[in-house]
Design a protein around this ligand. Structure first.
Ligand code: SF4
Ligand code: SF4
Length: 293
């Protein structure tokens, strides 16, 4: 199985739109994962049908047994995160503030215990382009990196015979990105021609280089700012990173997203044709890598 993650240094670059189109264009036997667990939306473009839901248990949270509490206040004094609240004679942990450090258990092993807490759900779905694993994190809950790991694990275990594992990654360079790119063979970084686009591209490439996947770049809406597109291409050339796709601005993309379809299914618009070229180049790059394809 070859593993590819489509990522971007920031949100709004068209990463999910491109992932959905690649899901239609790349090799038949595939499994998909949406690792953008804070704002998963790949399923909206793939005509998804839910097959199964599993709870995601994040880090443990402190829980106070009020029957054993002697109201000594020590836990409140020691919790650096302000996660323990006193209301009259009653103490309670505010779950969204609890960082799971267990200091309170250390000061009060009799009345406080650390207990698992469900902080999200993992979904296993059928789509028109293969199985999709996606997830939802409870708003305000942490552990998105851990949830990304759980999403990838489920995809690889459930569809271990697939030829291709295509991942829609999270934006940014934080823990969810690191969890997404660890163990992948290639990353496709979707950039856009703006000053911040180039800045974010440099940051995400710096993170990816720690994990040594093949790094490839596509520039979305490249024709909106040709000078900056050329600046990005020059930087990529200097860094020995192939730019394998140039996708023009195309109202057909907006229309396709509005209709919940991959743009490559809606005709031969300029963006659809450019993504077809991108998919061919991607297959060629992966073949050149010497990977079983
Ligand atoms: S440290 Fe223990 S006994 Fe003291 S207030 Fe907190 S929970 Fe109650
Ligand atoms: S586990 Fe840490 S953060 Fe949570 S309530 Fe206890 S001391 Fe506070």
């Amino acid at each position: 199985m070859i593993r590819i993650a489509v990522i971007s240094g920031k949100g709004g670059t068209g990463k999910t739109m491109i992932t959905a189109a690649l899901a239609h264009l790349l090799k038949e036997n595939r499994v998909l994962a949406d690792c953008d667990v804070d704002a998963a939306n790949l399923e909206l473009l793939l005509n998804q049908k839910l097959l199964r839901t599993e709870p995601f248990m994040g880090m443990k949270t402190a829980v106070i047994d009020t029957a054993l509490c002697t109201q000594c206040d020590k836990c409140v004094e020691h919790c650096r995160f302000g996660a323990i609240e006193r209301n009259g004679d009653t103490y309670r942990v505010i779950p969204l503030r609890c960082e799971g450090c267990a200091v309170c258990v250390h000061v009060c092993p009799v009345a406080i215990t650390m207990q698992p807490r469900q902080t999200g759900e993992i979904f296993y779905s059928e789509t028109e382009r293969g199985h999709l694993v996606h997830a939802r994190l409870v708003p305000g809950a942490g552990n998105s990196g851990l949830l990304v790991h759980a999403v990838k694990k489920m995809a690889m275990e459930q569809d271990r015979d697939c030829d291709l594992f295509l991942i829609d990654g999270p934006p940014g360079t934080g823990c969810p990105l690191i969890s997404t790119i660890s163990g992948v063979d290639a990353v496709l970084v979707v950039s856009e021609p703006s000053i911040s686009g180039l800045h974010d591209l440099k940051r995400v490439v710096a993170v990816c280089r720690q994990f040594r996947p093949r790094i490839l770049v596509a520039i979305n809406r490249f024709d909106l700012e040709q000078v900056l597109t050329e600046t990005i291409r020059t930087w990529c050339r200097e860094e020995n990173i192939p730019v394998i796709g140039l996708i023009p601005f195309d109202p057909a993309v907006i229309e396709a997203v509005r209709n919940g379809r991959a743009v490559t299914l809606t005709g031969t618009s300029p963006a659809a044709q450019a993504i077809q070229t991108l998919a061919s180049n991607l297959e060629q790059e992966l073949t050149d890598l010497g990977t079983q394809w």
